[in-house]
Design a protein around this ligand. Structure first.
Ligand code: URA
Length: 426
């Protein structure tokens, strides 16, 4: 077998055999196939897709690139999002579910394309380690009920390599690639139940709801074939989740929810997802589970789970009381309304790209991240602002000239001028 024949087959929409896909993944993981050939194949998949059988073969090959572990812990429930802008739900849902008596042992990824990743976000907490050994991972889950680790040389090494390659080669938006990336991780760390949060909209990889539904059904099918209780929710990503976008900024916002100080859109989405996880684990009806999740927040027990997990994973637990201990940006810039406007639309992917350009994400695989960078939204769709009101605040420690980012951020918003007879100021 050789990579050129395999690239050509996918380029011509010819079906690959199980053996060819396994060989490709194995050879890429071991370094036999270079990045440029894998990128070419990934692009061919983005353009032509894979059959369901090929997607299953890719999922298994990626899972089998490393170890498969079943933690010696009862009732493990996992959750994974397909990625969105400002999606910091795992840092809230994980501790909340753990506080309600289930175990959440999670393997997550870094930033991908215009979206952030849970691993980068958690690593913005000073000292926080996501490269735990399997023994350490199990010990944290046993003690707190919640732990997150990254892909590694032992766990899903194929996804570790392909994930960062996809992010830097414009090959993220593909149902089979997203499905195999997520499900290989979810099958490598075996959980009893699995909740998938499949996003659609301007900030998601799937722009159309119908595409997200297709991805959801495919992942459910693979999960069930692997013997898991598996549910996929399809949720809206046409506005950022919460207000903050960027690593440390998102941790700070998640902490506000865990402290019980934020009962808005983010809190509600997280309480529903936590209820879904608990319901899957057989803890009660959706309403009963939602009440349990809310109590985990209001009692402070979810925050205590997060505090102890941070401590056990080497991070500074004092951030739970004082978010100013998280990385703080050296420069900021407030974008204000020049006249009275109504916000009519958001291009959420562009908002994610602005955050990435400010330093919160990677343009190439080896870029360093500015953990303090990102943005805070001061408005959402339907809001009416008067001249001078803040629209967004941009943060960065590596970029002090905000002119390009500010223009791009402003152009990501649909605005209708409301102070005069002029309609539509775009
Ligand atoms: N999350 C993942 O882990 N992989 C993807 O491809 C997209 C979201």
């Amino acid at each position: 077998m050789n990579a050129i024949d395999i690239i050509n087959k996918t380029k011509r929409s010819q079906t690959l055999s199980y053996e060819e896909i396994s060989w490709l993944v194995r050879s890429y993981t071991s370094g036999l196939i270079p990045d440029y050939q894998m990128s070419a194949w990934l692009m061919a998949v983005c353009l032509n897709g894979l059959t369901e059988e090929e997607t299953l073969a890719l999922t298994y090959a990626m899972r089998d690139s490393g170890d498969t572990i079943r933690l010696n812990i009862p009732m493990t429930v996992d959750k994974h999002s397909t990625g969105g802008v400002g999606d910091k739900t795992s840092m809230i849902i994980g501790p909340a579910a753990a506080a309600c008596g289930v175990n959440v042992a999670k393997m997550s990824g870094r930033g991908l394309g215009h979206t952030g990743g849970t691993i980068d976000k958690l690593e913005s907490i000073p000292g926080f380690r996501t490269d735990l050994s399997l023994k350490e991972f199990e010990a944290v889950v046993k003690e707190t009920g919640f732990s997150v680790v990254a892909q590694s040389e032992e766990l899903c090494p194929a996804d570790k390599k392909m994930y960062s390659l996809r992010s830097a080669s414009g090959t993220v938006e593909s149902i089979p690639l997203i499905c195999a990336s997520i499900m290989s991780k979810k099958l490598a760390v075996e959980a009893d139940c699995l909740l998938l949060d499949v996003k659609y909209g301007t900030g998601a990889f799937m722009k159309e709801r119908s595409e997200a539904e297709k991805l959801a059904r495919l992942m459910e099918k693979i999960g069930k074939a692997a013997g898991k209780k598996c549910k996929a929710d399809v949720t809206d990503m046409n506005v950022p989740l919460g207000r903050n976008v960027g690593n440390a900024l998102e941790v700070a916002e998640a902490l506000e929810v865990l402290r019980g100080n934020d009962r808005g859109q983010l809190y509600n989405v997280c309480m529903d997802l936590t209820a879904d996880m608990l319901e899957l684990a057989g803890k009660g009806t959706h309403e009963e589970c939602r009440a349990m999740a809310e109590e985990a927040i209001s009692s402070g027990r979810a925050l205590e789970v997060f505090r102890r997990t941070i401590e056990l994973q080497g991070g500074d637990p004092r951030v739970c009381d004082d978010s100013s201990l998280l990385p703080q940006a050296r420069c900021s810039y407030i974008i204000r309304a020049s006249y009275d406007i109504e916000v009519t639309y958001m291009n959420c992917e562009e908002i994610g790209m602005v955050s990435l350009l400010l330093g919160a994400g990677r343009l190439t695989r080896d870029d360093n991240i500015d953990m303090s960078a990102g943005l805070v939204m001061h408005c959402t769709i339907g809001d009416k602002l008067t001249a001078g009101d803040p629209i967004m605040t941009l943060y960065s420690s590596i970029c002090s000239d905000f002119s390009e980012a500010a223009l791009r951020a402003l152009n990501a918003l649909g605005r209708r001028r409301t102070d005069r007879m002029i309609s539509g100021d775009r």
